[in-house]
Design a protein around this ligand. Structure first.
Ligand SMILES: Nc1nc2c(ncn2[C@@H]2O[C@H](COP(=O)(O)OP(=O)(O)OP(=O)(O)O)[C@@H](O)[C@H]2O)c(=O)[nH]1
Ligand SMILES: [Mg+2]
Length: 349
């Protein structure tokens, strides 16, 4: 059996009738099976995908990208695949780039391979590029390694790795959750350069709500990780399936309570963790093992965390100024300064 025959393509789709046909037919040049999950579309997405050659799964009412990905993972596992390549239904991912993922997988079969668009800043809307930088900074810390593009949906997932984690989040948060948990279990995440396509496509991504949902989860994840790493020696990988954090996150109410508490206490807690970083090694040798390994200033991480509300204020300020005709670009400078490329030369521990 060749590598390619154990990999299938999965496409979560929602109201993508304009683009899904060519996406499916394009991918079928590289793999023999494409699974499309139609997530309660109100248009012809399912029919067009099926006509183009995909196996279509109907999920019923719209549940969002994350839950649909979970359905697709399970389908691929049931059908005996080793790995899946996820692609967006809106034509932002080029089927011609599938071989890059297959080749990277052949080199590193246990790694998650993530497409990176970060080398094409000119092709990506400025606000999105900035939020990709901030997300990359914190998700890389949680995942114990530098990940070029943490928000790209064009990825290869080894299914054995996916089965080692419990996915508790939904919509656009799930993809960040997977990277953090995988990296925080000791898995590697490899990047492969892909093109950035931003045309006149329809986006379902809600810039405020979805960014807020990702931020709240990343903060709550780091709250658990920084607390565990702070009080334990040599504890770099803190995630284990069904740990207490998974239990809390599995129920909507406790998930919300924990996220709210984590967001509200993040600023004072970040100084507490910094204090633990500086003083605890006297009796907890090599605490914060992941950060010490990278030799990255923990104070800069603390500062970056505390700059988040400041950046938010500057974004609002910029938008207000734009309304009265002034164009300033303060945010870009702040992002470059406080959320730099982390550990560029030390991608792996
Ligand atoms: N199953 C399902 N999939 C969705 C849903 N919303 C989006 N998707 C899928 O996720 C992909 C990415 O969603 P987009 O809304 O384009 O988000 P994005 O690509 O991160 O954001 P843009 O860069 O603005 O396009 C889409 O192509 C769909 O395949 C949804 O509600 N359900
Ligand atoms: Mg899109």
């Amino acid at each position: 059996m060749t590598e390619a025959s154990k990999i299938c393509i999965i496409i979560p789709a929602y109201n993508a009738e304009e683009t899904i046909g060519p996406v499916v037919s394009g991918t079928l040049k590289y793999v023999s099976r494409v699974l499309v999950a139609d997530d309660g579309s109100t248009d012809q997405t399912a029919q067009i995908a099926a006509e183009a050659g995909a196996e279509v799964i109907l999920t019923g009412k719209n549940r969002g990208k994350g839950d649909t990905l979970k359905v697709l993972f399970q389908q691929a596992i049931d059908k005996g695949y080793d790995a899946v390549i996820s692609m967006d239904a809106d034509g932002q991912h080029e089927p011609e780039e599938i071989p890059l993922f297959i080749a990277a997988h052949a080199n590193a079969p246990n790694d998650i391979i993530v497409g990176s668009r970060m080398h094409s800043p000119g092709m990506i809307p400025r606000a999105r590029y900035n939020s990709m930088h901030v997300a990359r900074f914190f998700i890389s810390i949680a995942a114990n390694q530098f990940i070029e593009d943490t928000q790209c949906g064009f990825r290869l997932y080894p299914l054995a790795l996916i089965q080692k984690m419990k996915l508790t989040q939904a919509r656009y948060v799930t993809e960040s959750e997977i990277l953090m948990k995988a990296g925080d279990m000791g898995a590697f995440i490899t990047s492969t350069k892909i093109g950035a396509i931003y045309g006149n496509h329809v986006s379902h991504f809600r810039p405020v709500l979805d960014v807020a949902a990702i931020t709240a989860y990343v903060i709550s994840y780091l709250t658990v990780k920084f607390t565990i790493e702070g009080i334990r020696s040599n504890r770099m990988f803190t995630y284990l399936k069904n740990n207490f954090f998974d239990c809390i996150s599995s129920f909507k109410l406790t998930d919300r309570i924990f996220k709210t508490a984590a967001v509200l206490t993040f600023m004072p807690a970040s100084f507490l963790w910094w204090f633990m970083f500086v003083s605890f090694p006297l009796f907890r040798k090599n605490n914060y093992a992941s950060i010490r390994k990278f030799n990255y200033s923990y104070f800069k991480i603390t500062l970056a965390g505390n700059m988040l509300p400041v950046i938010l204020i500057i974004i609002i300020f910029e938008k207000l100024l734009r309304l009265i005709g002034f164009r300033f670009r303060y945010v870009d400078g702040f992002i470059q300064r406080f959320y730099p490329h982390l550990w560029e030369e030390k991608k792996r521990l």
